[in-house]
Ligand binder design. Sequence first.
Ligand code: LER
Ligand code: MN
Length: 274
Amino acid sequence: MIKYSYNTLVFAGEDIETGIARLAKFGYDGVEIVGEPEKMDANRIKELLDQYNIEASTICAIYNTERDLVSSNENIRKNAVEYIKSCVDFASTIGAKGISLTPTACMKIYGEADRETELNWAVEGIREAGFYAGEHGVRLTVEAWNRYENYLINRLEQALELVNRVNLPNVGVMGDTYHMNIEEVDIADTIRMVGDKLYHLHIADSNRAAPGRGHIDFEPIAQALRDINYSGFLTMELLPPFADPFNGSKCEEFYDQYSEESITFLKNLFKEEK
Ligand code: LER
Ligand code: MN
């Protein structure tokens, strides 16, 4: 069965309780929590999730120049692995089952070494973090980002190839319809191609607004998810329409309005049996 969650990344400037309460009120099954374990009180988050009767779907890990699995600097690569392990500990405490992973920094669009060397570093780092995650019952999900945010893994076939090289059962692929709309030939066919290795999916429309507010056709995507018997979370990851959407700027519509509207849109989409 499909479950719905919402990435709290966009709820800038408010206490985590307000976001959790909002998502519980609008009928979400889960909350995707930003992966900054050192800045967050995991025990309090767990208490709040229990109080509002909603689960932690996943951790949205944040990859920056200090947390880059394919940096040419070995210390930074090690730091990235340690960071993912700290997200695993965080996930274990709050009950999240998956952590997103992209093997380089967000907004880094040039490599530092040749592609094969970087992919080998990625495999090495993901395997180490992946073993640790496996011991804690947590999945790592390799997400492809569009070419303006990342140069290494832009399409799901590349994510799948990397996941196959890592070859651990708890390491799979994740998509994001916003990135896929830019990079894939056909979003639905790509979902079918990844099949049971699709462990997680971010949902946003073509402009990163709530589904239904851009020009992605979600009908064939829903059909592809039915075809592969997808039973994971669909997590809204909506972000403001800026060149740098990660700078913490607030847009009022991303709080109540898009939270409510997104789940209504997706529940309608999956309601009718096709
Ligand atoms: C993260 O899930 C994502 O999609 C990227 O754009 C970086 O935040
Ligand atoms: Mn995403």
